[in-house]
Design a protein around this ligand. Structure first.
Ligand code: 5GP
Ligand code: SF4
Ligand code: MG
Length: 456
């Protein structure tokens, strides 16, 4: 998911609209904006894309100097309007709205306990437990209520809260998901990625620290570290795939990191004798360029991506996802005919996309297809906010690299190593990133046994 917030600007909801537009790659199922005029909150949430939802008349109904917004793709909770965010409620303390990126690993158990105590839930979203805990908190200030609520949850949260007169931003102690702070003249901006700041011409100030809480109200910006510190667990897959290449993420350029992944991949998994390197667009492009640079094999465009379909993987239904590959990619015969081709992609999940792509390349005349992947085999599901399928559906959880190569019908298949990935993202000590989907090392320890929660 993607989140955006701004305080102290007369056009808060218009700017939130723009910010969400820049973050659309982080979720395309639903979008929402909640704005505050200092007295009450107005909300609008709908299924679909930001540009389709937020027309001028809709934005006019979201007045005020502060707003938060959310773009969603489902990890916990189904793809339905009731799960669209920001959530907004009225409770004893007034109004609050919440926009959450990440996934809480103990939400189900907390929810069961709350329900047993009479709580009524409006959505399936894991985020709603936080709202309940805030409403029940006896702490005097909103931020203290939020700290108390968040102390009960475990997992990944980059989260924005909006009340009538405050914006509160928090990043979980592992720092799984990104969150950055920016400034636009006299207003403060928060966003999942720097690309949203760039669009609205806000200045990038800094990334929020893992475990940091920032409160912005009429007295200014206040930062604190209210949680028990722990090791960092920034999501390495944000660099591999999820974030937009023009963003600066966890202190480094996503584009440069992806190119470096491609260079490292070329060192570890060369393809001697190949005629050209192509990318699976868009996600494989920077790594393919890096691979070409390092190997000296020319880069060319062998696959064209349609701009009229979204990210196939994010389509929640398997049937749509399946069909999506052909809608999304087409092969350029003139480039591929008679060629030994290296094709670079960022990841293999189920293997269905890769299989279709290899077949497509061969049908277009490629005589050899050497598939190179800029992340290690995806063997474990993510419980921290990336929608990977169950372990059984991950082809690398039960198949060797040779077996996967055979399944996708590639002449050769090579993945970057986990160590190479660590090097490319600049994780020198190998202790500042989460790598669980590749390594099986879940940082929230309770997932390291069979009791892992199920994701939808
Ligand atoms: P597969 O056919 O192997 O299941 O899908 C692999 C493709 O899915 C890659 O091209 C990758 O870019 C794309 N992809 C899209 N979203 C995700 C995601 O959330 N996780 C992973 N691992 N891959 C994704
Ligand atoms: Fe990111 Fe993978 Fe960790 Fe999930 S398990 S947070 S996708 S690195
Ligand atoms: Mg892709």
């Amino acid at each position: 998911c993607g989140i955006f917030g701004i305080v102290g600007h007369p056009e808060a909801s218009n700017l939130t609209y723009l910010g969400l537009h820049a973050l659309q790659h982080r979720g395309q199922e639903s979008a929402g904006i909640v704005a505050s005029d200092g007295h009450s909150l107005q909300a609008h949430r709908e299924m679909g894309l930001v540009a389709d939802i937020f027309t001028a008349p809709v934005l006019e109904k979201l007045p005020g100097g502060a707003a938060i917004g959310h773009v969603r793709y489902s990890t916990a909770g189904g793809s339905q309007l009731k799960n669209a965010q920001p959530l907004s409620v009225e409770y004893v303390g007034g109004h609050m709205a919440v926009a959450h990126n990440g996934n809480l690993v103990n939400a189900q158990e907390l929810r069961t306990a709350l329900e047993a105590d009479g709580a009524i839930f409006q959505s399936d979203a894991d985020t709603e437990v936080v709202v309940h805990f805030i409403a029940r908190s006896k702490q005097p200030t909103f931020e203290q209520k939020a700290v108390e609520a968040l102390s009960k949850v475990k997992g990944a949260y980059s989260i924005l809260f909006l009340t009538e007169n405050k914006l509160v931003a928090v990043r979980d102690p592992y720092g799984f998901r990104p969150l950055v702070l920016g400034k636009l003249k006299n207003s403060w901006v928060l966003a999942s990625e720097t690309t949203a700041l760039d669009l609205i011409e806000a200045e990038f100030i800094r990334e929020l620290e893992a475990g940091e809480m920032v409160v912005i109200d009429e007295t200014g910006l206040h930062s604190s570290q209210p949680f028990q510190p722990t090791r960092l667990g920034r999501c390495i897959f944000e660099h591999v795939y999820f974030a937009k290449p023009d963003s600066v993420l966890f202190g480094t350029s996503v584009y440069e990191t992806r190119k470096e992944l491609g260079r490292q991949l070329a060192k570890e998994q060369p393809a001697p004798g190949a005629d050209l390197v192509i990318a699976v667009p868009d996600s494989g492009v920077p790594a393919a360029i890096g691979y070409a640079q390092e190997s000296g094999i020319p880069y060319d465009v062998g696959l064209i991506r349609s701009h009229y379909v979204g990210r196939t993987f994010i389509e929640p239904q398997q049937s749509i996802r399946h069909f999506g590959v052909k809608l999304k990619l087409s092969a350029v015969r003139q480039v591929l005919k008679g060629k030994r081709v290296v094709v670079v992609d960022d990841s293999i999940v189920r293997g269905t996309t890769s299989r279709k792509i290899v077949k497509m390349l061969k049908a277009a005349g490629a005589v050899e297809v050497h598939l190179r992947i800029s992340s290690p085999p995806t063997q474990w599901p993510c419980y921290y906010g990336i929608d990977t399928p169950s372990r059984q559906e991950l082809i690398a959880s039960s198949h060797s690299v040779e077996e996967i190569a055979r399944y996708v019908t590639a002449d050769t298949l090579g993945y970057i190593s986990l160590d190479g990935l660590g090097t490319a993202v600049g994780d020198r000590e190998r202790t500042t990133f989460c790598t669980a989907c590749f390594s099986g090392k879940y940082l929230t320890g309770e997932l390291n046994n069979a009791s892992a929660p199920s994701t939808e």
